[in-house]
Design a protein around this ligand. Structure first.
Ligand code: NZQ
Ligand code: ZN
Length: 385
C-alpha cells in the first residue's frame, strides 16, 4: 500500500426529512446565498424546504448555474456576494451546482485573477467561504469531496480543481429528492459513480486489500441496483443505495493509498467542452476503449476485476479480459449510454481537435503511470470510434 493521509471533514446528514437539520449547522447570524441550477429544485419543492429550514436568517438566491457550470456565470455570483457581503453559501442541486459553489467560495476573497484558481487546479486556494449542500442528483461525489470542475465557455476550457479548503461543511442527502430525476440523469449517475471507482481501482496492484474490496463492493452494488434505478420506480432503498454508493465512490476513502488513473475523465472533459456531451456519457465512450488500449499495463487488475466483479472465470487470460471489457460496455449500453463516438456523429476527423485541446491544457502525461502521451490518448479515441 502507498503512504497516505486521509482527511474528510464533511458531515453527512442522510435520509428522509433531513433538510430541516440544516438549521443546526448554519450559523444563526449567517447571511446566506442559496445557489441552484435551473428550475428542478424549485419545482420539486426543495428550495422551499431549505428556506423554511433556514428560518429567520437573511437569504438571497442565485439561480441559473448550468450543467457543467461556467466560469462566466459563477463570477456573477462572486460579484453579488462581494457587493452584499454574504458569508455562507448553500448549494442546492447536483454536481454542477456544488462544484460551482466550491469555485465561488474560493474566488470571493481570492487575491488576483480568479481564473488562476482553475489554471493552477486549486493549488493557490488558501481560504474559502464556508458552505453546505443539499444534494439532488447522486453521481459526482462532489457533496463529500474537495474537487470541482468549471468550464470557461469563451475558450471551451473545462478544468478540474481541488483544495482541502473546499470541502462542504455538511451535505444533506435525502434520497426522496431523486424521485423527480429523469431516467437519463439517473443512468448518468450510475455510470459516473461506476467510473469514479474504476479510476481508483483499475490501475496496478499495491496489495491494498481494503481499498480493493470496498471498490469491488461499490461496483457490485451499482451493477445490482442499476436495472431498478432506471425503471424509475420510486423505491426508497434503491435510491438510498445509489446515493450512498455515489458518495462513497469519490470521497477519498477508496482512493487512499492506491495509484489513481483519471485519464478517462480528462479525455472526457474535452469531449464535454467541445461537443457538449453529458459528463457521464463521455466517460462511457472513453473507458471501454481505454481498458482495451492499456490492457497490458492494467493486466493484473483487469483479471481481478473480471473475476471478482463479473465472476468471469472461464477461458484464458486474454479471453477473460475481453469478456470483462465487453461486460462493462454492455452495462453502459443497457443503461442507455452509448459507448462509441459515432453514436454522437463524431468520427476520425474530430479526434485532432480533442488532442489539440489536451495539449493546450497540458494534459500530455495522464494515467497511473503518467505514460498516456498525446499519442496514447489518440489511440484511445481511435478505439472508441
Ligand atoms: O439545473 P436543474 O434544473 O437543477 O436540472 C439539473 C440538470 O439539468 C437536473 N437535476 C438535478 N437534480 C434534479 C434534476 N432534475 C430533476 N430532479 C432533480 N432532483 O440534472 C441536470 C444535470 O445536473 P448536473 O448537476 O449537471 O449533473 P451532475 O451531478 O452529473 O454533475 C455534473 C458536473 O459535475 C462534474 C462534471 O464534470 C459536471 O460538470 N463532476 C464533478 C466531480 C467532483 N466534484 O468531484 C467529479 C465528476 O467526475 C465530475 O467531473
Ligand atoms: Zn465523473
Amino acid at each position: 500500500m502507498l503512504n497516505f493521509e486521509f482527511y474528510n471533514p464533511t458531515r453527512i446528514i442522510f435520509g428522509t426529512d433531513t433538510i430541516q437539520r440544516i438549521h443546526d449547522f448554519v450559523p444563526s447570524d449567517a447571511r446566506v446565498l442559496m445557489l441552484y441550477g435551473g428550475e428542478s429544485a424549485r419545482k420539486n419543492g426543495t428550495l422551499d424546504e431549505v428556506r423554511t429550514a433556514l428560518g429567520q436568517r437573511e437569504i438571497q438566491e442565485f439561480g441559473g448555474i448550468e450543467p457543467n457550470p461556467s466560469y462566466e456565470t459563477l463570477m456573477k455570483a462572486v460579484e453579488l456576494i462581494r457587493e452584499q457581503k454574504l458569508d455562507f453559501l448553500l448549494a442546492v442541486g447536483g454536481g454542477s451546482v456544488i462544484d460551482g459553489t466550491k469555485f465561488i467560495a474560493a474566488a470571493v476573497n481570492y487575491a488576483g485573477d480568479e481564473w488562476q484558481i482553475l489554471e493552477t487546479h486549486g493549488a493557490k486556494i488558501t481560504q474559502a467561504l464556508p458552505f453546505g449542500s443539499v444534494l439532488t442528483l447522486p453521481a459526482t461525489g462532489s457533496e463529500m469531496n474537495s474537487g470541482g470542475v468549471v468550464t470557461r465557455k469563451s475558450t471551451q476550457t473545462k478544468l478540474a480543481f481541488g483544495s482541502s479548503h473546499v470541502f462542504p461543511q455538511f451535505s444533506v442527502l435525502d434520497p426522496n429528492k431523486t424521485y423527480s430525476l429523469p431516467v437519463r440523469q439517473l443512468a448518468n449517475g450510475v455510470v459516473d459513480a461506476f467510473i469514479h471507482v474504476m479510476e481508483q481501482y483499475l490501475t496496478y496492484s499495491v496489495n491494498a486489500q481494503v481499498q480493493d474490496r470496498f471498490a469491488e463492493s461499490l461496483l457490485q452494488t451499482l451493477i445490482e441496483i442499476a436495472p431498478k434505478v432506471v425503471e424509475e420506480s420510486a423505491d426508497y432503498d434503491t435510491r438510498a443505495n445509489l446515493m450512498w454508493t455515489a458518495t462513497m465512490a469519490l470521497n477519498g476513502l477508496i482512493g487512499a493509498g492506491v495509484p489513481q488513473d483519471w485519464s478517462t475523465h480528462m479525455i472526457g472533459h474535452e469531449l464535454t467542452a467541445l461537443h457538449n456531451i453529458d459528463h457521464a456519457r463521455t466517460l462511457a465512450i472513453v473507458l471501454p476503449a481505454n481498458m482495451q488500449v492499456r490492457r497490458a499495463q492494467k493486466r493484473d487488475k483487469l483479471l481481478q476485476y473480471a473475476e471478482r466483479v463479473w465472476h468471469i472465470v472461464d477461458g484464458d487470460e486474454e479471453q477473460r479480459i475481453d469478456a470483462a471489457i465487453a461486460r462493462t460496455r454492455a452495462f453502459f449500453e443497457d443503461l442507455g449510454l452509448p459507448t462509441r463516438l459515432a453514436d454522437y456523429q463524431l468520427g476520425a476527423k474530430d479526434i485532432d481537435e480533442v488532442i489539440k485541446q489536451l495539449e493546450a491544457h497540458k494534459l500530455t502525461k495522464l494515467g497511473e503511470h503518467q505514460d498516456i502521451s498525446l499519442d496514447v490518448s489518440r489511440r484511445i479515441l481511435e478505439a472508441s470510434l
